[in-house]
Design a protein around this ligand. Structure first.
Ligand SMILES: [Zn+2]
Length: 293
């Protein structure tokens, strides 16, 4: 999401700030005929998951992605839907948390990761309870009617979906300002709850600093589940992308997500896939029968 406090001060910052690195100016090339970024899905992901530093500075495209992303993206999803359904039931996860029924068919190709960048604590430190239920921004009722994205995920790993997964919804400058209506429905947007505070080196009112580490494991676990569900409905593993990389090169581009640990997210996805694919645990009766042998 964007800074909500950047007005005239941003203009001054843009005038006097040091020149951006060449990488920040370079958008991953987009083919408007095919309505997709250029390259194989894996090549696209390596560009769209470039590290995002403060004030939208982007690193170079990655040479490899952490496992299992490198071996999944663009390939057919082989996770059994019955096993996925059972996993959701066992963990009491409702359709309202994952954007609808997993039997839906999703056309979108891109899985965009954001952070809400709110609230901005300005010169204050972050509260010590941001990962706890009593931090008011973790209350999903605050986000339930926010139309900005398909999903909001709080720092406890709970999610809410203001739009169903299959609702065509735009949330980036690339979609709204550059591509227009034809891009509607190409992207799924997930906002991770994360506060910001001001960087004393930045312009007045900036929200450059995010907590470190950025996101909780529970938050990354839920993001992995939403990615699995979306890819399963799409049929192949979607291309994950950071919002800042999607909007690279567009004036006033966003700087989210900050402090996203891609290796940790990939590892949480690996653990999720193991858990979903695991055979059912023996019931108590079967355990008893086994013990009697
Ligand atoms: Zn964003």
């Amino acid at each position: 999401m964007k800074s909500r406090f950047c007005l005239a001060a941003c203009v001054l910052w843009l005038v006097f700030a040091p020149a951006a690195s060449p990488a920040a100016e370079t958008r991953c090339p987009f083919d408007e005929t095919k309505l997709e970024f250029v390259g194989t899905p894996l090549e696209q992901a390596r560009c769209l998951l470039r590290p995002v530093a403060e004030f939208s500075r982007l690193g170079q495209p990655l040479t490899t992605l952490p496992r299992p992303l490198e071996s999944l993206i663009g390939r057919r999803v082989t996770v059994n839907k019955e096993k996925l359904e059972r996993y959701l039931e066992e963990h009491d996860i409702q359709e309202t948390e994952i954007g609808g029924a997993i039997t839906n068919v999703l056309r979108a190709k891109y899985f965009v990761i954001h952070d809400v960048s709110a609230p901005n604590y300005h010169e204050q430190s972050f509260p010590t309870n941001i990962n706890e239920a009593d931090w008011k921004w973790n209350d999903l009722n605050r986000w339930r009617s926010d139309q900005a994205a398909h999903f909001f995920v709080n720092r406890l790993g709970q999610s809410v979906a203001p739009h169903t997964l299959t609702t065509p919804w735009r949330a980036t400058k690339l979609e709204v300002r550059v591509l227009g209506e034809k891009s509607r429905g190409l992207f799924v947007h997930t906002e991770l709850i994360q506060p910001r505070r001001a960087d004393p080196q930045g312009h007045p009112g900036n929200d450059g600093i995010a907590p470190l580490p950025g996101f909780t494991e529970a938050q990354l676990d839920r993001l992995a589940l939403i990615y699995l569900v979306a890819s399963s409905e799409h049929g192949t593993w979607m291309v994950p992308a950071y919002h800042a990389a999607i909007d690279a090169g567009i004036p006033d581009g966003h700087d989210d997500p900050q402090n996203f640990d891609l290796a940790l997210w990939a590892d949480r996805l690996r653990l999720l896939l193991n858990a979903v694919s695991a055979e059912p645990q023996p019931t108590d009766e079967r355990k008893i029968n086994f013990n009697r042998r």
